[in-house]
Unconditional design. Structure first.
Length: 69
């Protein structure tokens, strides 16, 4: 196999993979902004009342590590 033949094979493989990637990344169906927002509303999770915020959890964890053993 010559260097030119190897280059041709590599080019062919790369082109094929790029084509496959483009085809798989094309969305099946475009949704309107309204549909997207409704989906976000349906899938949003709200923690129960009294649940600590992320910042509060980090502060509590730091306090545990600062306590002497």
């Amino acid at each position: 196999m010559t260097v030119e033949e190897l280059k041709a094979i590599i080019t062919q493989v790369v082109d094929e993979r790029l084509r496959q990637e483009r085809q798989s990344s094309i969305p099946a169906k475009k949704r309107s902004l309204q549909e997207v927002m409704e989906s976000v509303d349906r899938h949003r999770w709200t923690p129960p009342p009294g649940t600590p915020t992320g910042s509060e959890m980090i502060i509590a964890e730091r306090e545990k590590w600062r306590q002497p053993m």
